[in-house]
Design a binder for this molecule. Structure first.
Ligand code: SAM
Length: 216
C-alpha cells in the first residue's frame, strides 16, 4: 500500500470512529475503557454490575467486536458500547469532553520476540496518551500471564512521569477468556501522578502531550 493510500485509510477510520462516538459523548462524560476487549466477556459482566458507569470496549478485530456487541444486546445493557478500533486511534479521536476514569488492559498480546516488542500496547507513548485523556483520579488495571511483560511494564511505570504503581485492590474479578487459559498471572494497578493532573487536566491534549520529550 502506498503512503497516500495508508494515510487515506487512517483518515477514513478516524472519520468513521468519530461519527460512531458522537452519540455516546454528545455530553461531557467519564467512562470505563477496556483496551483489547476480545469477545467482551469481562466488560459485559462489569457493565452489568455497574449500570451507572458508561463502559467502552475496544478491539482491533471486527469479528470479536461483533460477538461482544451480541453479548451487549442479549444483556440489554445501554451503558455498554463496543468499537472496532486501534487504541491509539481511539484516543486521538475521542471528543475533548470525554475522559477515561478507569482503564482495563487484560492479557494484552505479549509479543515475546524482541523485534516485535514495539507492537506491545503498554509503552511510554501510549501511557502518555492515556494520561492526557484521563480523569485526575483515573486508575489503570493491567493483567498478564507473561512474566517478562509484567516485569517490563513495572519498570516502565516506575520511570514514567505521569503514572505510578499503587497498592490497591483489583476492583472487579471476572475471568477473561485468556485468564481462564492462564495458569497464573500478574497484576498492576496504577494511578495518575499529581504532575499529570497539573499538566493535563483542563488542557486540550495537543498542547500538552509530552510524548515527544519522553524516552521510554
Ligand atoms: C490476547 S487477547 C486478550 C483478550 C481479552 N482481554 C482476554 O483477556 O481474553 C488481546 C486482544 O487485544 C486486541 N488488541 C491488540 N492490540 C490492540 C490495539 N492496539 N487496540 C485495540 N485492541 C488491540 C487483540 O485483537 C485481541 O483481541
Amino acid at each position: 500500500m502506498s503512503l497516500e493510500a495508508y494515510i487515506a485509510l487512517l483518515e477514513n477510520r478516524r472519520a468513521k470512529l468519530r461519527s460512531e462516538l458522537e452519540p455516546i459523548f454528545s455530553q461531557p462524560a467519564e467512562f470505563v475503557c477496556e483496551i483489547g476487549c476480545g469477545h467482551g466477556h469481562f466488560l459485559t459482566a462489569y457493565a452489568a454490575a455497574h449500570r451507572r458507569q458508561v463502559c467502552v470496549g475496544l478491539d482491533l478485530v471486527g469479528e470479536r467486536v461483533a460477538r461482544a456487541r451480541r453479548k451487549r444486546e442479549r444483556a440489554a445493557l445501554d451503558n455498554l458500547h463496543f468499537f472496532q478500533a486501534e487504541a491509539r486511534l481511539f484516543l486521538e479521536v475521542l471528543p475533548a469532553s470525554a475522559r477515561i476514569s478507569t482503564v482495563f488492559i487484560l492479557f494484552p498480546d505479549p509479543w515475546p520476540k524482541l523485534r516485535h516488542r514495539k507492537h506491545r500496547i503498554v509503552q511510554a507513548l501510549f501511557l502518555d496518551m492515556l494520561a492526557a485523556r484521563s480523569t485526575p483520579d483515573c486508575r489503570l488495571y493491567f493483567r498478564t500471564d507473561y512474566r517478562p511483560y509484567y516485569q517490563e511494564s513495572c519498570a516502565l511505570f516506575q520511570r514514567h512521569p505521569y503514572w505510578s504503581m499503587i497498592e490497591e485492590a483489583w476492583p472487579f474479578e471476572y475471568e477473561t477468556v485468556f485468564q481462564q487459559r492462564a495458569g497464573s498471572f500478574f497484576s498492576i494497578v496504577a494511578a495518575l501522578q499529581a504532575r499529570a493532573r497539573d499538566t493535563f487536566f483542563g488542557c486540550p491534549m495537543p498542547l500538552c502531550l509530552s510524548a515527544g520529550n519522553f524516552e521510554g
